[in-house]
Write a protein of this length. Structure first.
Length: 399
């Protein structure tokens, strides 16, 4: 009766089952996986945000496949503020980056075709690929005093069925940005192999360094699709607005734009009130991003201070985003440790395999959790690790 595309194993994992049971118990929970900024105590200008939704023009309907011109112009101004020369005609609005990925998989791939994605990485694409009959092929990110793309493995992974290479810039959860030479090499590979380049830049504004990271919207060698949206940029996931920017060689970009327009016109998923409010909602990014980066920096400073007093855990380097990767000794599987931390200490975090780390020894924690809860959760983790790994000294020289 049902499509093979949805033939997933829908049984709860042991960790998910333990989380459901813990929540039913009513006991307090420290959630170190929280990624929803609307739940993390940030301050929003409610009057401006709600007021932006009262435009009388919302009662009219003007279906434009790419999105209303004024909304696309607002997204273009966002890039101009980052010194990226993006024009409204190269922007397609979508309700989410998930929808944007779906459009691109339909645009680029036939059933059974491949898309290369980074490992480790966020698991969202697994389900989207299944729904669109696309095969995901991993290329590794390696850690050597910082994260970097393993280009040798990436090029070996390309087959005649490969249609695109995807990057997350900065990566989730490793928090590393593609360096200029990596951006150029990716564009060169895609241009030479006639592949598309897909860049997910939802965390681009959340750099922890002094430099403003470059966007892939400036790519001109290869056909490039750059995605972002309000969910992270302005901390407003409930407003459901995102976009794709097309760049690259004009002939390819023109063909891609015409086909994207047909896909978008088929769905017409963007609603009018949010499009009319997009300029105001994007303005909210200034206050939100300041609060968010300060929160991340404070939690990171607390984390580093707490780690400096023990020898059971080390933090891997990161350059941006909202997450930290912790390297832990092999005292138990990541799942077992996460379950014990949850059931005995009331702290929930993600084991590394959730993000497709190739083996045990990694935990991922959110850095946007309110500070008091974050510190309590990390303290509980370090206490548990200390009990389990007494006398064990991890190799943190490369962390």
């Amino acid at each position: 009766m049902f499509s093979y595309r949805t033939g997933w194993n829908l049984e709860h994992s042991e960790l998910s089952g333990a989380l459901d049971e813990y929540r039913r118990s009513g006991r307090p929970l420290i959630d170190l996986t929280e990624s929803n900024p609307a739940k993390c105590g940030f301050e929003y200008d409610a009057q401006r945000i709600l007021g932006s939704l009262h435009d009388p023009a919302s009662l009219s309907y003007d279906p434009i496949a790419q999105g209303l011109p004024q909304a696309r112009a607002a997204a273009a101004r966002y890039y101009l503020s980052r010194s990226s020369n993006v024009i409204a005609d190269d922007i397609f609005l979508t309700t989410s980056t998930s929808e944007a990925y779906s459009f691109l998989l339909r645009l680029l791939c036939n059933p059974g075709d491949d898309v290369l994605i980074p490992q480790p990485g966020y698991p969202l694409l697994n389900f989207l690929a299944d729904l669109h009959d696309v095969t995901l092929v991993r290329y590794p990110l390696i850690y050597d005093y910082g994260w970097q793309i393993d280009f040798h493995s990436l090029q070996q992974a390309i087959t005649p069925r490969t249609r695109a290479i995807a990057v997350v810039h900065p990566n989730n959860p490793t928090g590393h940005f593609c360096k200029a030479h990596e951006m150029e090499q990716l564009s060169k590979i895609c241009a030479e192999r006639e592949l598309a380049l897909i860049s997910d830049e939802v965390f681009l504004d959340f750099s922890l360094g002094g430099e403003v990271p470059r966007s892939f919207t400036s790519s001109s060698q290869a056909l490039t699709f750059t995605m972002s949206g309000l969910s992270k940029v302005s901390g407003l996931p409930q407003m459901k607005a995102a976009w794709v920017v097309l760049s690259g060689p004009p002939p390819l970009k023109q063909q891609a734009s015409a086909r994207m327009e047909m896909i978008a016109d088929t769905y017409l998923s963007m609603n009018t009130p949010i499009q009319l409010a997009l300029s105001t909602l994007l303005e909210q990014r200034h206050s939100f991003q300041k609060q968010c980066v300060q929160r991340v920096q404070r939690n990171l400073a607390c984390l580093d201070e707490m780690l400096s007093t023990q020898n059971s855990c080390a933090r891997l380097g990161l350059e941006g985003g909202w997450y930290a990767v912790l390297k832990i000794p092999p005292v138990a599987s990541d799942d077992e440790l996460a379950r014990e931390l949850l059931t005995e200490r009331g702290v929930y975090l993600h084991p590394g395999h959730f993000y497709d780390f190739p083996g045990d020894g990694y935990l991922v924690v959110s850095l946007i959790v309110p500070e008091a809860a974050f510190v309590s959760g990390i303290a509980a983790l370090l206490e548990l690790l200390g009990e389990k790994s007494s006398g064990f000294i991890p190799d943190s020289s490369n962390a």
